[in-house]
Design a protein around this ligand. Structure first.
Ligand code: DGL
Length: 213
């Protein structure tokens, strides 16, 4: 089984590591677009164009499935890709709003994601479908992907964002950008047990199994 994984940057590697554990015999092909990361502050047209270019090696390799391991590219580009390549299986990655909605006891959740994801129709539809009764805190994480990509993590800034969402009552924090998977433990520690932190690697693994058996 050949699994292709795409992200704008190192977020895809976090997801690919998790998938390789679930599918040890799968051949993994990971591509990223380091020349253009971050995608999260780019226009929809640009994100579609860049994603389409970046996945070409995965299409050429004949991957059984291509995981768009990027919330931003999924939110903006996956529908276009599915139409353009109807014979190719794609799996996208989206903020875990439904799970967060089932888990929250305070009815306040936080979604950490890029500006493009938060502005997208797909994200708005997810919120309308599963979380219209909740208060959703969307902190400004606009420079987090850049920080993480370049190993320039500003601990204080992250601590201040996480303290703030906890003070506002969020008891579930959704990581809606695969770059943030690399700092999940730090975020968990910062919550001091006040909030759980969700990311979808396991769910994506289950989806790959369903699709490819
Ligand atoms: N890792 C990507 C995501 O999941 C995007 C980061 C970026 O390029 O802005 O949204």
């Amino acid at each position: 089984m050949k699994i292709g994984v795409f992200d704008s940057g190192i977020g895809g590697e976090a997801l690919a590591q998790a998938l390789q554990k679930s599918f040890p015999s799968a051949e993994m092909f990971v591509v990223n677009d380091r020349n253009n990361v971050p995608y999260g502050d780019k226009s929809d047209i640009k994100i579609i164009e860049l994603t389409n270019q970046a996945i070409q090696p995965l299409l050429e390799r004949g991957c059984d499935v291509i995981v768009i391991a990027c919330n931003t590219a999924t939110a903006v580009a996956i529908e276009t890709l599915r139409k353009k390549y109807p014979d190719q299986h794609f799996i996208g990655i989206e903020p875990m709003i439904k799970t967060a909605s089932n888990q929250t006891k305070t009815n306040v959740i936080a979604v950490c994601a890029t500006p493009a994801t938060l502005a997208s129709e797909r994200y708005k539809n997810l919120v309308n479908k599963y979380a219209s009764h909740l208060t959703i805190v969307e902190p400004d994480c606009s420079n987090w992907a850049y920080m993480i990509e370049h190993s320039e993590i500003n601990e204080q800034e992250i601590a201040s964002v996480i303290n703030n969402v906890c003070e506002r009552g969020a008891d579930v924090i959704v990581l809606g950008c695969t770059h943030y998977h690399w700092i999940k433990e730090r975020i968990e520690n910062l919550t001091n047990g006040k909030a759980s932190v969700l990311e979808p690697s396991e769910a994506i693994g289950r989806r790959v199994s369903e699709l490819l058996g």
